[in-house]
Design a protein around this ligand. Structure first.
Ligand SMILES: Cc1cc2nc3c(=O)[nH]c(=O)nc-3n(C[C@H](O)[C@H](O)[C@H](O)COP(=O)(O)OP(=O)(O)OC[C@H]3O[C@@H](n4cnc5c(N)ncnc54)[C@H](O)[C@@H]3O)c2cc1C
Length: 469
């Protein structure tokens, strides 16, 4: 047989946070697995997304801590920073994790093929250069992910008009930036750049930044951003981005013109499903390139599964990985299902924002008799001790049953705090179970205990509400 024609139990197309967990799980289940990756292992998350952005964001956090050191009686003298070194640190961290990931995949005896993969039929994938092979398997997992969406009117040039990928590659800070899109990615970069002393403007088409997160969350971040000096243009439709010697001029439909050194266009993602031969396999593709799947992650074609951004309304690495594990079990003859009841989502702004389950607005529009109570970090001893008093933790409950429907937290370590509420919602806990759980003191997690006491009408560290007679 042609050595370029190889047979496996399972082929996984794409080695990002959706694909590699699927491959590892199938290998753990005793399957002979091939993983095809056209670019770098770890996908968007490791190379162009979560990890490089959070590594840079950590620089802004550290700088803030150093600047606030005087409050703690620590004299630092003059403070300066070198952005080029920050960028190098980010690259080192990404490269290190990528190396470990490759080792992990190989340790699981998964064969890695480098090259662009395309379906030839429902059981075959052709892998392009450099590895050039034709692979066959009865089960295939598609995990090809997404790319930054480009607007025809203002294409990316990687110099003055950036997407998130090219912005993460900068080695020199711009003097100013205009960010088009006030969603998660846009807000994270706005928060990072203002922390590093860059002048920041955000243009958002909708009436608020973070329009999907519920009124209380977007209002809280707007307040913080305005206080930090970020110029926010909501209801702003960008007509053109004109490049000039100095930088860019972003012109809005209402006649405003915003000048900046560079622009970031962060207006969504394009799914990588239109050039991988899905038609040859008979895999159906829906609106915007999304692949419809069942709760076992199987597509319309039995034996072909899809995971990650291409198969999800959640464009999050941890959702992709969870789907990957479900698919990895199902391609191995086990039965696993995905449940999206409790998906935590974090926005790494300063302060961090984390949510799980329903916002108050979503719960009311789903006809729940919902109510909410928010506890401010200002009222916690630990928050005062560590000088992180900004923000609140709030719990949305069903008034009749006490079931926790959702939770939102804006504040220090929100990304870690949200895990408690994710477990509560995933296990259908009531707010009483939080109120009755002893929370360690002093911790910022006490905010959940206090919010639970508040929402049930028995606050401990807030005065009772005065009832109007
Ligand atoms: C700036 C930024 C920050 C982010 N921050 C976070 C965060 O903090 N937390 C979070 O949860 N999510 C975050 N995300 C989202 C997260 O990165 C994605 O949801 C996640 O990477 C999706 O995983 P995936 O496996 O579906 O796709 P991807 O990570 O895009 O991986 C797909 C892989 O498939 C490969 N591929 C594509 N086509 C082919 C082909 N035909 N043949 C072979 N290989 C192919 C690609 O090279 C890529 O390696 C962020 C995204 C961005 C852009």
């Amino acid at each position: 047989m042609d050595s370029k024609y190889q047979t496996y139990d399972v082929i996984v197309l794409g080695g990002g946070p959706g694909g590699y967990p699927a491959a590892i799980r199938a290998a753990q289940n005793g399957k002979n697995v091939a993983l095809v990756e056209a670019g770098e292992l770890g996908g968007t998350c490791l190379n162009r997304g979560c990890i490089p952005s959070k590594t840079l964001i950590a620089n802004g956090e550290r700088l803030k801590q150093v600047r606030e050191a005087g409050e703690f009686g620590i004299d630092t003298g003059a403070i300066s920073f070198d952005f080029a070194k920050m960028a190098q640190r980010k690259d080192r961290i990404v490269a290190g994790i990528r190396k470990s990931l490759e080792g992990l995949i190989l340790a699981n005896k998964i064969r890695i093929f480098r090259g662009y993969g395309k379906f030839l039929s429902k059981n075959e994938i052709a892998v392009g250069a450099p590895d050039e092979a034709i692979l066959s398997a009865p089960k295939i997992v598609i995990a090809t992910g997404s790319e930054p969406r480009e607007m025809a009117a203002f294409p990316f040039d990687g110099e003055k008009v950036h997407n998130s990928t090219t912005l993460l590659q900068l080695e020199k800070l711009p003097k100013s930036i205009v960010i088009i899109g006030g969603g998660i990615i846009g807000c994270e970069f706005a928060s990072l750049y203002i922390a590093l002393g860059v002048k920041v403007s955000v243009v958002e088409m909708m009436a608020t930044i973070l329009p999907m997160e519920g009124e209380s969350v977007s209002a809280a971040l707007t307040k913080v951003f305005v206080k930090k000096g970020i110029a926010i243009h909501t209801n702003g439709a960008v007509k053109t981005i004109d490049k000039n010697g100095e930088g860019v001029t972003v012109r809005l439909a209402d006649g405003q013109a915003i000048e900046a050194s560079i622009a970031l266009v962060a207006v969504g993602r394009t799914l990588n499903t239109n050039n991988i031969g899905l038609e040859k396999a008979g895999v159906a593709v829906g609106a915007n390139g999304i692949i419809p799947v069942s709760d076992t992650m199987e597509t319309n074609v039995p034996g072909i599964y899809a995971v990650g951004d291409i198969a999800s309304k959640w464009w999050l690495a941890h959702v992709a990985s969870h789907q990957g594990l479900v698919a990895g079990d199902n391609v191995s003859g086990k039965t696993a299902h995905i449940d999206y009841n409790a998906v935590p989502s974090v926005i790494y702004t300063d302060p961090e924002i984390a949510t799980v389950g329903m916002s108050l607005e979503a719960a009311i529009s789903a006809n729940y008799p919902a109510t909410v109570a928010a506890f401010p970090f200002q009222a916690l001893g630990k928050s005062q001790a560590i000088l992180h008093t900004e923000g609140f933790a709030q719990i949305v409950i069903d008034r009749h049953t006490g079931q926790i429907l959702g939770a939102q937290v804006v504040g220090y370590q929100a990304s870690t705090l949200i895990a408690e509420m994710a477990i509560a919602i995933a296990n259908e806990l009531t707010v009483e179970s939080i109120a009755e759980t002893i929370h360690a003191h002093p911790t910022v997690a006490e905010a959940w205990l206090e919010a639970a006491l508040l929402v049930t009408g028995s606050p401990l560290h807030l005065p009772p509400k005065i009832k109007k007679s």
